[in-house]
Design a protein around this ligand. Structure first.
Ligand SMILES: Cc1ncc(COP(=O)(O)O)c(C=O)c1O
Length: 429
């Protein structure tokens, strides 16, 4: 069956034909590619068309697909058993491996998805502080838990509106949504409601509005405000964790803000290496609130799954090799600098940014600082670029608000082939 036939068939039995909305290509139009297999930097669809993959399963595949050591670890683990519902040594090893790289964390709880980890982190923050209100930022995605599917209200003093049907207004009444990188708004929020705020949750480098960095003074000020008012600072590193640096985005901010640490960190994607695995971590003191030690309940049948932890551990082992992130970062920069040069040569307004193996590009003159600016960039040009690249065998994220990912498996020749395609496509824009 070809992609179109599979999509038709899928729509009969799966809503929209997909199990996660962005896969449906609604933002860019056209037929989603049904992937048959993947190896290294490449994927092949149902029609055996080959693509250079810059999505990497939306971040996890930092080593590329089917890395031999990871594959071997997964096969060996599967032979030992799929799931036990009892503790295993491998969970301890993975927790130790995460804790070893992230100084803000003394303990982690493993779960199965970023949504679950983000939702549990919020519950832990609320339980630990005894407060209800949370702050999030427009354009940051923290999974699809009710309290986090919120957009800003009409004024700063008002709480947000649900962005999804089925989320009661009462459930988001404790969620305050502010503009990303807006210092005045966060100051005002703490001035008026500081004593009631349990936590501020942020994507430090927001990959769900393409690629937008939280400015250093913004992060520094949130840290100070949280400390002054007894609120917890939650870094959602589901996307950035072990992707932008071995120490994750928090290590990037710690370079600019001496001593900087978030209170709670949320991980997913890379720590599972492509298997369903995520985590949230913090200090022992805060973690004491979590069941079975404390009153904040959290649990999972498949949490710390033995096959998933094997995959995550093998991945972490590979990415901990000296020089891994230097090489990945250089490769990613070669890609985005090349894209920028190609756009400039064609006279197309374009700008780029990257950190480690995560990148973004925008059809506009200067890097956006918040969600509204991202959404005002040239969508029509983005869509034509996306389809032009796809036709030439380059698989980019099918929406202008998504980040891109480079893996260790991408070769210089892959980057050059991508740039050759980009030069051809920019010439048509
Ligand atoms: C920053 C961030 N947080 C949370 C999530 C939710 O993770 P999951 O899709 O594993 O539930 C995502 C997913 O893309 C994410 O990018």
């Amino acid at each position: 069956m070809n992609n179109a036939q599979l999509f038709e068939r899928a729509q009969q039995v799966i809503p929209g034909g997909v199990n996660s909305p962005v896969r449906a290509f609604r933002a860019v139009g056209g037929t989603p590619r049904f992937i048959a297999r993947a190896q290294g930097a490449y994927m092949w669809d149902a029609e055996d068309q080959q693509y250079i993959d810059y999505i990497g399963s939306w971040g996890p595949m930092i080593l590329g697909h089917g890395h031999p050591a990871v594959l071997e670890a997964v096969l060996a683990a599967a032979r030992e058993g799929f799931s036990f519902g009892a503790p295993t040594e491998r969970e301890v090893e993975l927790a130790e491996a995460i804790v070893a790289q992230v100084p803000s964390i003394e303990q982690v709880r493993l779960v199965s998805s970023g949504t679950e980890a983000g939702m549990s982190a919020i519950r832990l923050a609320r339980g630990a502080t005894g407060r209800s209100k949370i702050i999030k930022f427009e354009g940051c995605y923290h999974g699809h838990a009710d309290a986090l599917l919120v957009k800003a209200g009409s004024g700063l003093a008002t709480f947000g509106h649900p962005t999804s049907a089925g989320v009661p207004a009462e459930v988001v009444q404790h969620t305050l949504v502010l503009e990303y990188n807006n210092l005045e708004q966060i100051e005002e929020a703490f001035r008026t409601q500081g004593a009631e705020i349990a936590c501020v949750m942020i994507e430090p480098i927001a990959g769900n509005m393409n690629f937008v960095r939280a400015q250093v003074p913004f992060v520094k000020r949130i840290r100070e405000l949280c400390d002054q008012h007894g609120a917890l600072f939650v870094f959602d590193e589901v996307m950035t964790g072990f992707r932008v640096a071995l120490g994750s985005a928090q290590s990037v901010y710690a370079k600019a803000i001496p001593g900087f640490r978030p209170d709670i960190s949320v991980f997913g994607k890379v720590i599972g290496g492509g298997m369903p695995l995520a985590a949230f971590g913090t200090t022992r003191r805060i973690m004491q609130n979590l069941a079975p030690l404390g009153p904040v309940y959290q649990a999972g049948t498949l949490s710390g799954n033995p096959v998933a932890t094997a995959c995550g551990l093998a991945t972490l082992k590979e990415i901990s090799q000296p020089g891994f992130y230097e090489a990945l970062g250089a490769k990613t920069r070669a890609l985005i600098d090349g894209l920028k040069a190609a756009a400039d040569a064609a006279g197309v307004p374009f700008c780029v940014d990257s950190e480690g193996g995560m990148f973004g590009f925008f059809f506009t003159d200067s890097l956006p600082q918040n969600y509204n600016v991202v959404m005002a960039t040239d969508k029509e040009r983005f869509n034509r670029f996306f389809h032009g690249m796809l036709e030439r065998g380059v698989y980019l994220a099918p929406a202008l608000y998504e980040a891109g990912f480079v893996s260790a498996a991408h070769s210089d020749a892959d980057i050059e082939a991508t740039l050759a395609a980009a030069r051809a496509v920019f010439a048509t824009l």
